[in-house]
Design a binder for this molecule. Sequence first.
Ligand code: HEC
Length: 139
Amino acid sequence: MRVSQCLVLCLFVTATACSKSKPAPEADEPPAAAAPAPAASSGPNVAKAKEIFVQRCVACHGSTGHGDGPASATLDPKPRKFADPAWQKEVSDEYLEKIVKFGGAGVGKSAAMPSNPDLTDPQVIAGLRVVIRNFNTTN
Ligand code: HEC
């Protein structure tokens, strides 16, 4: 009898304490939105990869991945259109990540496609692969 009374009392106190203290922390706690989403800790870092694509790849590959960036005029061979569904089907994820990391020379393609040895984070490399995959018109 006593135990159950105590339980009820404890529950009541806890519930009251909770409902009272709820609105308060908002002011002191750092905003939760500033923390990166939990998914960012694993899997491709697409947000970072998009930034890098604009900084490093658009000059040759173009902002839509059509191989028509401002620096593409003198390239021979020219970069293909990433949108090409047949090509997208033909190439593996491993191949895409390898050429981004090691450059054209690393996979037997034109050395005009530069390597990116400073991109040591596999999640960023995987993110660039996702960026390239997203240009696929059949997506
Ligand atoms: C200086 C120009 C240049 C820059 C900058 C560049 N690329 Fe390339 N890229 C090329 C060329 C040229 C080819 C075609 C190579 C070939 O077909 O032999 C190519 C090919 C590729 C391919 C393979 C396409 C295929 O035909 O199999 C991928 C994927 C690729 N680039 C991704 C990237 C990414 C991602 C970046 C930025 C991190 C980047 N490239 C930066 C010139 C460039």
